[in-house]
Design a protein around this ligand. Structure first.
Ligand code: ZN
Length: 660
């Protein structure tokens, strides 16, 4: 028990140092409501279009009205990062700058913990950064960055680095301090093909740290210096994926861009590291990059939580246009304002910014063409509209694209697009619709050009989980925190509440509102008076805390609870308490009999529980009577009824005298 309590003490310390609003705000855009008493956002745990998730700053809890996911800061990290409790505790402790105490024997020794790998990456990021700033070896790199227009401020803010042309450099820097194993897990070093030595992954490159949403370095992008560029070797290379780095989940610069995206409701997506950093240097902070990968569903899902509009800013070259087209096919059906921007004269974002400044850059973003119009204009430029034949060719390529977006089918957006298409190609809407049907049946053929392969549809199980780290258990929600299989009682929200459930929840509402009521409650009620397994567990947790001379405050009870389902229930009950203004009800004693010392509302709430106990007792009594035929035979119905009334009267009176 003492270890358990020590655990809870630490858990509570971490909780007290964590602001749930700030924590949630790192991953989703929160809007204050009720004058800042609550915050709302789109729920990341189910496909959400109206903000359904509420964060309560006073209680430091959150709950989704639609999918019932809810809990405290630990639940949030467990659900959002798809990790077990232990890892959530570690990550929040680290975030709060707290050292994890060593609890006996719970750590897995075989795997390198994610947090260790992040520590190693943070260390390496620092080494590379200092190398860039100070080392003689990095002089050409400093020169290169200056030429590209990077200010010292940007270099420091984004902690750019330099990896010297020495396969052993980082290994030598870490000797005696950093073991090779986590360095390899972090993909900083690789085993040599021959021999059993290691060598450094990045050599002679300027490094752009790639960070996760929490701003921690998970990998690097490396740019070769122009004078060392070799044919056949990419100018840019991305670090390989690892336990902590997944390209399809991560957007470069997102941690720095989050606020800018939220404020402007617009996310600008570019292709390169420089294309992200130079706009930030100019104060255009809503720009993020894809790290050597196409835009994925997971990227779009993440951005949708902060922005209504996504602007794809791709190069005007063929690769850029292809990327735009691919994104269009994949995301045209999304409930988002998708736009494509090619800067005038096919300029790169940095070229454009240095030539025209931030205001003109922002203006270009504002006037970016709707993705659909962009594609239509591209086709019109290609085929022209002079002949019927040309117009049909434009129509064909547009319908081919539409045929690949099943989500658009019969939507309002589709109507607008078809109407627009008909008027631009000067063909009747009826023909356009007929041709679309044909295009769709072609797209559905097994050998047809099937769209968005490998991209899960929104709302499917797969999408709901795209955010998960590859190693995280998918069915984690159905697991108890301690890894034991889910018990039957987990589905509290899966069925309507019984009258008994409601009575028990109502009493817990009072306890969570005012823990001092427990002294009275415990005198009147035992945990055997609760029928529901889960509410009973909550009541028991309160009694346990009392037994350890602790006040069962809401925070203390949450610390004692590790079961995710119980936590959810607890947050729900607490929310009900606020909606029903239980605190006011407890203070309102106008209707109380004179001389009452117990809040009248508590008395009223205890009454039905007590009454149920009496009924159950009575049923047991009559059951016992039923087993004694002689005794039952001796009672006529009238006598039996009288006996029951008597019983009820005595018990009621007994109960009342206890309270008054
Ligand atoms: Zn939800």
């Amino acid at each position: 028990m003492s270890t358990e309590l020590a655990n809870n003490d630490f858990k509570e310390l971490v909780r007290s140092r964590t602001d749930l609003v700030a924590l949630v705000g790192e991953s989703v855009a929160l809007t204050p409501s009720r004058g800042g008493a609550e915050f709302k956002c789109l729920c990341p745990f189910h496909p959400d279009t109206n903000p359904s998730l509420v964060v309560y700053p006073d209680r430091q809890t959150f709950r989704c009205w639609a999918c019932s996911t809810g809990g405290d800061c630990f639940t949030w990290v467990m659900e959002f990062d798809k990790v077990e409790f232990r890892e959530a505790l570690e990550s929040l402790a680290k975030r709060a700058g707290l050292e994890m105490p060593t609890f006996a024997g719970r750590r897995q020794e075989n795997a390198v913990a994610k947090t260790d790998v992040l520590d190693v990456l943070a260390w390496a990021e620092n080494e590379f950064h200092r190398c860039l700033l100070d080392s003689q070896m990095a002089a050409p790199a400093r020169e290169y960055l200056k030429e590209r227009g990077f200010t010292d401020e940007t270099i420091t803010k984004f902690k750019l680095g330099f990896a010297p042309n020495d396969g052993q450099w980082i290994i030598a820097r870490g000797r005696g301090k950093v073991p090779l194993e986590p360095m390899e897990t972090a993909r900083l070093i690789k085993k040599s093909d021959e021999g059993d030595g290691y060598y450094q992954f990045f050599r002679n490159r300027v490094l752009f740290p790639i960070r996760n949403d929490k701003g921690r370095c998970v990998s690097f992008g490396g740019r070769v210096l122009p004078q060392f560029a070799q044919p056949g070797v990419g100018k840019y290379i991305n670090g390989p994926e690892s336990d902590v780095y997944s390209k399809s989940n991560l957007l470069f610069g997102f941690d720095a861009a989050r606020e800018g995206i939220r404020k402007t409701q617009t996310a600008v997506i570019v292709e390169g590291y420089t294309d992200v950093l130079i706009p930030h240097q100019f104060g255009v902070t809503n720009v993020v990059g894809v790290c050597g990968t196409a835009l994925t569903q997971s990227h779009v899902d993440r951005l949708k939580r902060f922005a209504q509009r996504i602007v794809l800013m791709f190069d005007g070259d063929k690769a850029g246009r292809d990327a735009a087209e691919k994104a269009l096919a994949n995301f045209l059906g999304e409930n988002i304002d998708l736009r494509v921007l090619v800067l005038p004269n096919d300029q790169d974002p940095d070229e454009f910014l240095f030539a025209h400044g931030a205001d003109e850059f922002r203006r270009q973003i504002d006037i970016a063409a709707e993705a659909w119009d962009f594609k239509l204009q591209t086709e019109i430029n290609r085929h022209g509209l002079q002949s019927i034949d040309a117009r049909h060719r434009v129509l064909t390529s547009m319908l081919e694209l539409l045929g690949k977006v099943p989500k658009l089918r019969a939507s309002a957006k589709e109507d607008v697009i078809l109407n627009r298409l008909a008027s631009r190609t000067l063909l009747s809407e009826q023909i356009v619709r007929q041709r679309l049907t044909e295009a769709r049946s072609n797209a559905a053929l097994p050998n047809g050009n099937r769209p968005a392969a490998g991209i899960p549809q929104r709302g499917s199980e797969a999408t709901a989980r795209t955010m998960s780290a590859p190693t995280a258990p998918l069915s984690h929600k159905s697991l108890r925190v301690d890894g034991a299989p889910a018990n039957r009682g987990l589905c509290f929200f899966d069925r309507p509440l019984s009258k008994g459930d409601r009575m028990e929840c109502e009493l817990l509402e009072i306890i969570f509102t005012d823990p001092s009521t427990l002294d009275v409650i415990r005198r009147e009620i035992g945990d055997e008076d609760f029928d529901n397994e889960q509410t009973r567990a909550l009541l028991q947790a309160c009694f346990d805390l009392m037994d350890h001379d602790e006040t069962p405050t809401f925070e203390r009870i949450s610390s004692a609870i590790e079961d995710a389902a119980l936590m959810r229930l607890m947050v729900w009950i607490d929310e009900q308490a606020r909606l029903k203004e239980i605190a006011d009800k407890l203070n309102d004693n106008l209707m109380a009999p004179s001389g009452a010392t117990v809040p009248h509302y508590l008395t009223l709430t205890l009454q039905p529980i007590w009454q149920r106990r009496a009924e159950q007792q009575h049923q047991r009594n009559t059951g016992r009577l039923a087993q004694q035929p002689d005794a039952r035979a001796g009672l006529n119905p009238n006598a039996k009824a009288r006996l029951e009334q008597d019983q009820a009267f005595h018990q009621k009176r007994a109960a009342k005298t206890t309270w008054q």
